[in-house]
Design a protein. Structure first.
Length: 165
């Protein structure tokens, strides 16, 4: 899962990527290796545990298949994840200057970290108060190149279907 960082559960990938290595100073922006493109959405008013249910469904899938899963999901987090996925795809197109397309990319990493918490109180027994924590989350989606074997398998399957028809 993730590490506990300042009393919040944070993905280990986010902590590692917070700076581009030991020689670079920490930065607010996430640094991705060549061929990887990402986007993040911070401060969503939804518990990270609920977002992770949807995140786990798309991790490791091709971009088009991930969008299909999100489109037909009944979870509220699916809408936000779809927006972040589209943003990461746009970032990939812009940063690679049109050299990569959605067919060439998979969801390499996808995680939901815990954001700030609103602390509220509700009336409790004997005149006391019961705390309520309203959790926020940060979603990060990283797209990476699909492996060559996966591309070859897709081409083989398409070729077999055409021959059968």
């Amino acid at each position: 899962m993730g590490k506990i960082f300042r009393s919040k559960v944070v993905s280990a990938a986010r902590i590692e990527r917070k700076h581009g290595g030991d020689e670079n100073a920490p930065t607010a922006k996430l640094v991705y290796p060549d061929g990887y493109y990402g986007a993040s959405l911070r401060g969503i008013r939804m518990a990270p545990q609920k977002v992770r249910l949807v995140v786990d469904q798309i991790r490791g899938k091709p971009v088009e298949r991930a969008r299909e899963i999100l489109r037909y999901s009944s979870k509220r987090a699916a809408y936000y994840l779809d927006r972040v996925l589209l943003s990461a795809l746009g970032n990939a197109d812009a940063k690679s200057e049109g050299r990569v397309s959605a067919e060439d990319l998979i969801v390499a990493e996808c995680y939901a970290d815990e954001g700030t918490r609103l602390k509220r109180f509700m009336a409790g027994p004997k005149g006391g108060a019961r705390p309520i924590l309203r959790r926020y989350s940060h979603i990060t989606v990283v797209l990476g190149p699909a492996k060559q074997e996966e591309k070859a398998e897709k081409k083989d399957k398409k070729g077999k279907k055409e021959k059968a028809a």
